[in-house]
Design a protein around this ligand. Structure first.
Ligand code: CO
Length: 497
């Protein structure tokens, strides 16, 4: 402790800013537009971030589907303004930026084109922590001379780290495996915000003895523990942490950067950042936030979800469950679904809950609650039980496996090999289908990853069809009008009671 409080930045903590990716993905359904990032891009570059996460995760999907923006163009455009700070992206292993495993030819082309567009750091994860699903993309990341960040999805089965599956030994073994794969850095990814402060301290101390590559920590504020987690991790010697500017932080997003800078000021882990510059950047983010605030969950007073401590359901998954139940007009059954998630998850081999396994488990749990357990089974659950996503942390419950694989198109006996080995190459077929609509490999990838919405996007892109107005952004003027209408409506209600 004495050494930690020592004067001067002996070992500054490095910071990755996630405002332009996970921040708005977590809080605003990934709807932030490139044009709203540009006014502060150059200033963001001057902060001194270790990296800025600007791409990957859900951005590729929402950009072409809802915003009418070319995902690759975002990297190119931001790169014009952000010249020093490396760009980081979240890559879902063989799932790339989609929700299923793609064939190796697609994975290779995707990484090559992301590098060409300007991506520098690839944070690669697999929803099952089956690192065989990294092999193809890692080969291309290395071949392009880029940074491979190997990721372990952090998850729990108990209140605290421990138990038979996700215990300290599990994380140490996984970290060693990642280092052996040639990773430049290791990322511990706590997507649900369930990591507790003293557990991370324990893990960091142990990892520092076991591996030599730098360790980065990614967490979400969801349960309210994240700032404490960072402080303990920083004291224990973690190298890099992920944060967002305050307006896009907290809730289900990352911890805010500003309090961390202030907390560490004058200690041996002082960031050295200019706090007033960060406040200025935060002020700017406040001015664009109203445009998107309809996406912000506003159904409760608390900005943290203490229930996560009990049910371990990640933030993004919660909003999906709510959305699904709303559509089925069964929102009152949310508590039952939470309970079912824990059971279904165990039956399906205890996957960490992260895209796409969080959706797979979540959708199945909703179906289980609405129609009876496994009365209706999604194709994704069948694929998971068959082994198409890779090896689950524990075996799939044999009875459930038998039930869901009954009459399954690929067969009733599960497979155990690397997931993508069961997939036929896809690119040539996609090329033939999309034809002249795809002008280059970037277009071809948009189409291959998302055939339906990708084709639609390419038609917009080349002016073959007009973009519907709902893919155009709401202007601040629109928001102001809505606010006025809302205020008038509230006034009317107040008069009548
Ligand atoms: Co995240």
């Amino acid at each position: 402790m004495d050494t930690f409080l020592e004067e001067g930045p002996k070992n500054p903590i490095k910071i990755q800013d996630n405002t332009f990716r996970d921040g708005h993905q977590s809080l605003l359904a990934t709807r932030m537009r490139t044009e709203d990032m540009l006014p502060i891009a150059e200033k963001m570059d001057s902060v001194g971030f270790w990296a800025m996460e600007v791409w990957g995760g859900a951005t590729f999907d929402t950009m072409h589907r809802f915003l009418g923006e070319d995902p690759f163009d975002r990297i190119r455009t931001l790169k014009k303004y952000i010249k020093k700070t490396p760009f980081s992206m979240l890559l879902r292993g063989q799932n790339l930026v989609g929700y299923r495993n793609y064939a190796d030819d697609v994975a290779r082309l995707f990484v090559d084109k992301a590098c060409e567009a300007g991506m520098d750091v690839f944070r690669v994860f697999d929803a099952l922590n089956d690192f065989r699903n990294f092999e193809t993309v890692v080969e291309r990341i290395k071949a392009n001379g880029k940074h491979f960040q190997g990721t372990i999805c952090y998850t729990l089965t108990e209140r605290r780290m421990g138990g038979d599956v996700f215990n300290l030994a599990y994380y140490v073994d996984k970290a060693k495996e990642i280092q052996e794969m040639g990773a430049n850095t290791l990322c511990l990814k706590d997507m649900a915000g369930i990591m507790s402060p003293f557990d991370i301290a324990k893990i960091i101390v142990e990892l520092k003895k076991s591996i030599s590559i730098p360790i980065q920590l990614h967490t979400h504020y969801t349960s309210g523990m994240a700032s404490m987690v960072y402080l303990e991790a920083i004291k224990a010697g973690v190298d890099i942490v992920d944060t967002c500017l305050a307006p896009f932080a907290l809730r289900t997003s990352q911890p805010a950067i500003e309090p961390i800078v202030a907390t560490l000021y004058g200690t041996s882990r002082d960031t050295g950042f200019d706090l007033s510059l960060l406040l200025e950047l935060g002020d700017y983010m406040e001015t664009v936030a109203p445009k998107y605030r309809d996406y912000l969950a506003k159904n409760k007073m608390g900005v943290i979800d203490t229930g996560v401590l009990a049910h371990q359901v990640p933030g993004g998954m919660i909003s999906n469950l709510v959305g699904q139940l709303k559509e089925a007009k069964a929102l009152d059954r949310l508590a039952e679904v939470y309970k079912d998630v824990a059971i279904t998850r165990k039956e399906l081999g205890m996957p960490p809950l992260v895209t796409p396994t969080s959706q797979i488990v979540g959708v199945q749990s909703v179906l289980n609650v609405l129609f009876g357990r496994y009365k209706m089974v999604t194709n994704e659950v069948k694929d998971l039980a068959y082994g198409l996503y890779g090896r689950t942390p524990i075996p799939v419950d044999p009875e459930v496996q038998k039930k869901v694989l009954k009459n399954y198109k690929r067969g009733e006996t599960p497979v155990t090999g690397r997931a993508a080995d069961f997939l036929e190459p896809e690119l040539e077929k996609a090329k033939a289908k999309v034809g002249d609509l795809a002008k280059d490999d970037f277009d071809l990838l948009i189409y291959t990853l998302y055939p339906t919405t990708g084709e639609q996007f390419l038609k917009w892109k080349y002016g073959l069809e007009e973009r519907p107005t709902n893919v155009k952004p709401k202007t601040l003027e629109d928001i102001r009008k809505e606010d006025e209408a809302m205020a008038a409506a509230i006034e009317q209600v107040c008069k009548t009671i």
